[in-house]
Ligand binder design. Structure first.
Ligand code: PEP
Length: 258
């Protein structure tokens, strides 16, 4: 049985005082949540303060991106060890906005994924098709290529076989997020059926020993009023949420439903 996982991606929102205020307000609202894992991914400058603010809470801390190198002349970048040092447990990798605006390819995602695992960060690897790709009936082809290339060297050569290169136990560290690009920040949500179809497909691509254990989150305009029906689908194991994770009541509404 996979535990539901609600992850907030704050993107480029929240100054330090706004972030501290959010945490102060959200903590009591989600204090009793034990049936879901919860995560917020604030911007880099506030991570360190968030580490203190979230101490003794049931909300974990994550980053929105990382570089694959450990250190070096990479102006403006942040490495895995730096994220660990400010208390990050998780890191989002390959978000569609990184792919779209910052040229991240599946090859880069693959390097980042390996670096995250090497630095004991729990990666949330994002995949998803554009509107044009969906309309051209290319969704499954695009998703398969994203998974195959992003997980290169980490899944079996024949891809659906057994002997995964990534140790079976290591798969417990990995989360995948299916985020159709056309649904992110647009207010358009994939229907639960559309999302379930892709989630089941992604699961079918994973090594069979681990497929039932890996959590696959849905992202794309998830809100308190549509979260329940999405989460009712058998292969949807949580949400990666942007806009609706920015307000304490709304984030809590994603985490507290039955
Ligand atoms: C996201 O940030 O990954 C996302 C899905 O954003 P939103 O919930 O605003 O669509």
């Amino acid at each position: 049985m996979r535990k539901l996982f609600m992850a907030g991606n704050w993107k480029m929102h929240m100054t330090e005082s706004e972030a501290l205020n959010f945490v102060k307000q959200v903590k009591p609202l989600v204090a009793d949540v034990t049936d879901k894992d919860m995560l917020i991914c604030p911007p880099f400058p506030v991570l360190s303060r968030m580490q203190d603010a979230l101490k003794d809470s049931n909300v974990a801390l994550g980053a929105q991106n990382m570089h694959f190198e450990e250190k070096g002349a990479f102006t403006g970048e942040v490495s895995g060890p730096m994220l660990k040092a400010v208390g990050c447990e998780y890191v989002i990798i390959g978000h569609s906005e990184r792919r779209q605006y910052f040229g991240e390819t599946n090859e880069i995602v693959n390097k980042k994924l390996k670096a995250a695992l090497n630095h004991d960060l729990l990666p949330i690897v994002c995949v998803g098709e554009s509107l044009e790709q969906r309309e051209n009936n290319e969704t499954m082809k695009v998703i398969e290529a994203q998974i195959r290339e992003s997980f290169k060297d980490l899944i079996t050569a024949d891809f659906k076989g057994t002997g995964a290169d990534l140790a079976i136990n290591d798969w417990s560290q990995i989360t995948i997020a299916y985020e159709p690009v056309w649904a992110i920040g647009t207010g358009k949500t994939a229907s639960p059926e559309q999302a379930q179809e892709v989630h089941a497909f992604i699961r079918s691509l994973l090594p069979k020993e681990v497929a039932q254990k890996v959590r696959i989150l849905y992202g794309g305009s998830v809100k308190p009023d549509n979260v329940k029906e999405l989460m009712a689908k058998p292969d949807i194991d949580g949400g990666l949420v942007g806009g609706a994770s920015l307000k304490p009541e709304s984030f809590a509404g994603l985490c507290v439903f039955d």
